[in-house]
Design a protein around this ligand. Structure first.
Ligand code: RIB
Length: 307
């Protein structure tokens, strides 16, 4: 089984299902609320682990009850928590999330302990990271730590996937050292400074990053699938049509599943097709990690789709 490391965030998601969002100054009633484990890093780790990868998590939790919830959750999925540290006197990361009847979500993140994940924490995990097939990164932890990990991976010949979310300005020189970049349209526009309003513009922007050194830029297009831009050309990941109930964490399901399948097969197109199906299945269920299928459930969903 592939061995995957995630250097990233751990949150607790506070999910309110709304009939509509309130306007400023307004109080309205919402029909449902759930609490669950989340954070882009943790979600990607859980998706990969559910699908059978060995996963090492490098992260920080705080000094509160949510810390134990998150640690117990990682252990439940067999994720190695040796490098998940606790930060005294600080809250764990939390994400108040609002899900509308269409399944679309709005998310606030409070970084809490995630803001304390330092390059030194990556160095402390170096021996374990060096034995991994792939390292996954997102942007809910300090950028210095993300950049340090990219350089570490490069120096050790380990492939990396950077999910540049949430969108923040990045050091392009460091980012172009990753193997896979998975921006959505707005993240791609911010990173390149180029307009990304349609597919042709997305290809031009992604190609500028490939020319700078990234092997594959995977532009995620939500319900429209994804575009893959590489030196050899452009290909598409076909959308998987489902009726969405809750899209929270679908992008993370896609990346965690891609990492798991790619790390084993090294077949980018096949891994992306499976990841698209895994993510689509997740949006049909409520919650973040609670919507992620196990390997057995995914195999059944795949067989059902083939008919
Ligand atoms: O991508 C979804 C995730 O974003 C949620 O789990 C939330 O915690 C935020 O990190």
């Amino acid at each position: 089984m592939p061995r995957i490391a995630v250097v990233g965030s751990t949150n607790v998601d506070l999910i309110t299902y709304v009939t509509r969002m309130p306007v400023p100054g307004e109080t309205i009633e919402a029909p449902d609320f759930r609490i669950g484990c989340g954070g882009k890093g943790a979600n990607q780790a859980v998706a990969a682990a559910l699908l059978g990868a060995e996963v090492v998590m490098v992260s920080k939790v705080g000094d509160d009850a949510f810390a134990e919830t998150s640690l117990a959750n990682f252990r439940r999925f067999g994720i190695d928590t040796t490098h998940v540290g606790r930060v005294p006197g600080v809250s764990s990361g939390v994400a108040p999330i609002f899900v509308e009847p269409s399944g679309e979500n709005s998310i606030l993140i409070v970084k809490g302990a995630n803001a304390h994940l330092q390059p030194a924490d990556v160095d402390a995990a170096a021996a374990d990271l060096a034995g991994c097939d792939l390292i996954l990164l997102q942007l809910e932890v300090p950028l210095d730590t993300v950049y340090h990990t990219i350089r570490f991976a490069r120096a050790h010949g380990i492939e990396t996937v950077l999910n540049p979310a949430p969108a923040v300005p990045l050091d392009r020189d460091v980012v172009t050292e990753v193997t896979f970049l998975t921006p959505n349209r707005s993240e791609l526009a911010l990173l390149t400074g180029l307009p990304v309003t349609d597919e042709a513009e997305a290809i031009v922007a992604a190609r500028s990053l490939v020319e700078a050194g990234i092997r594959s830029v995977i532009v995620t297009l939500g319900a429209e699938g994804a575009l893959v831009v590489e030196v050899g050309g452009v290909s598409r990941v076909a959308p998987v049509v489902v009726t969405p109930r809750d899209t929270t964490g679908a992008g993370d399901a896609f990346i965690g599943a891609f990492a798991r399948f790619y790390a084993e097969s090294r077949d980018i197109a096949a891994a992306l097709a499976d990841a698209a199906l895994y993510a689509a299945d997740s949006v049909t269920k409520p919650g973040t990690q609670t919507a992620y299928a196990s390997a057995e459930e995914f195999a059944a969903a795949k067989a059902a789709r083939r008919g």
